[in-house]
Design a protein around this ligand. Sequence first.
Ligand SMILES: [Zn+2]
Length: 251
Amino acid sequence: MAKSPNRADQAYVALKRAIIDQALKPGEKLPEDEVGALFSMSRTLVRQVFGKLSSDGLIKIGGKRPATVVTPSLDDAVATFQVRRALEREVIRLVAGRWNPQFKSVLANHLTKEVAAAGEGEQTKSIRLAGEFHILLAELSGNAILFRYVSEIVTRCSLVLAVFGRPHSAECGVLEHTEIIHALEAGDVAAASRLMDHHIGEVENRALISSVQSEQPTLAKKLELYTNVEEGGSKTTKNSKGGLRIVGSGT
Ligand SMILES: [Zn+2]
């Protein structure tokens, strides 16, 4: 009966990543048999994987309906960012307390990857790497539990951004990450903490402001394109790529 536990682990990692990358969107159904077939797993294993993803807050299970990717409410979104801010503040405090020059090279290496991904216009990769920057910092805190919670909250933030954020908006700016590293390197805990707070606030604002905007005029906005065409005949409407405000543009 021994089905390789590795298969379940692989499926767990793959599904989690697909959710973080927003390849699987909030609300998307995950039928057990399809997932089982895709990863060559029994239903029992699929349920195990789903159980893990559910305790990560990423999917909703239960009842007769298929599992679905969680769609966070506005309240969930606000709560998620409140917790994230508190955790990240503690990360900064702990990392600053045990700072050593090796940390700098580890973080700088990661930053190089973020810059490269941004330069290549790889949105999905940029967003993922931006999240991983925070997870890496949490790892450097030396506190395994904090690391676990930060990993989880960063993942939950991806879902929040998938629902409320602008499509494909990069979660974080490379410049903001760089400033945090500089402050840590200079031993300025207060500044690093302030920068982190500001940074998370920016991520939150980007998510929640766009939700407020999209709450009322959704229908009108959608129809605007069509009504314009009818009237003027050949109005070219460019799809605003405002969401492309990626990494590197300075704050
Ligand atoms: Zn960031």
